[in-house]
Design a protein around this ligand. Sequence first.
Ligand code: NAD
Length: 421
Amino acid sequence: MKITVIGAGYVGLVTATCLSELGHIVHVINRDPHKTASINAGSPPIYEKGLDTLLKKNIGKTLFATTDYRNIRDSNLVFICVGTPHQQDGSADLSMVRAASRSIGENLAKTEHSPIIVVKSTVPPGTTEGIVRPIVLKYAGKSDISFAMNPEFLREGRAVEDFFHPDRIVIGCSDNSIFTHVASVYRNIDAPILVTSIDAAEMIKLVSNAFLATKISFSNEIGNICKRDGIDVYEVMKGVGMDERISPHFLNAGVGFGGSCFPKDVAALIYFAESHGEDPIILKSVMKVNEIQANRMLFILKKRVGELKGKRIAVLGLAFKDDTDDVRDSRAIPVISQLLQEGAIVVAFDPVANITMEKIFPNICYCGTAEEALTDADACLVMTEWPDFSRLGNEFERMKSKIVIEGRRILSYHDREGICW
Ligand code: NAD
């Protein structure tokens, strides 16, 4: 099939590259010419495990990056994968979805052909039907274009693997022929396909992320309770997760969730609920527990080192999780902000996210190794579960005082204190 993917970020570029690997002819459109140039040169502008190899293999053969929307005119399907960040009030900023819809419409006005427009971006229920459809139809000057919603569930860091081995594929659409077309894109992927209404598909994505975030905040609250009594929350949640009704996933207590999805999707669901007259008590608590958890890291630190002014604090891990360079809403951000506010000297290290964090904190010191960051530090905070950190041992001996506080349970080093263990 001829497919166009709009947006070459974590979702769009992975989707486009993996679809090209499946044998489709794929054009990925991004408004940033630097990104498209980098992709066409075979170099992904984001770090994602396995993407580099697949991109190099397919670029210029079945995969092409461009800033030009004209390619959609002979596509069978167009996937919208642009960002939907949250706004101050928690609602989703749909301006990029609107802009992409308009560009699609303007280009379809110049052709007889009409591809199916599939929204893959995470959007509040009602967006595909209430925003994307009317904008595309208005600018195309047509009424015979079909729409579908196909939410994406990939995890950053494991996105390529998740694309080829998803738990399920959800396709929201209004008739069987649209479903058949969209489903045929994935015909070589072995996964159950659920067909739903468009609104339900939009809701499934928000609710899935809200539920996972709830499991994390719940585990963190239990961890905070367990720590008071010296009970190991990891033993507790292991026992809890062995119940198949619960599952062992997303029960790791720690410093909380971040990233470009969980905080914004829970916020969007809260906003959606409130704008429909509901008070989502559980969802609001999920966010509150998450915010407080970052403060606990600082609370423990201050209890151990006293006043932070002039203290050299090593921060290990900047990405919101391991195996990615994405720092959006990373829990390291509120922690570093607070450290700086209190006059600490922040010395940071992340295996791949130093550069992305430098855009947010240009004035802290970034190190090339964990050892460098730890040298002469008054304390160390571990913020990301990079597997490499588990091998750190002698490196901690280089600290001025060996105060090591873990926000993720990853160290094998014995002399450390966990945020909730
Ligand atoms: P991103 O910010 O990494 O990428 C979006 C890309 O779209 C950017 O490169 C931007 O330049 C480009 N863009 C914006 N407007 C455009 C336009 N009008 N035309 C062409 N390109 C345009 O975002 P992302 O992380 O890939 O997320 C995309 C969507 O997928 C969001 O709705 C997100 O919630 C959802 N999602 C993300 C993940 C994830 O793990 N990142 C997982 C599942 C779903």
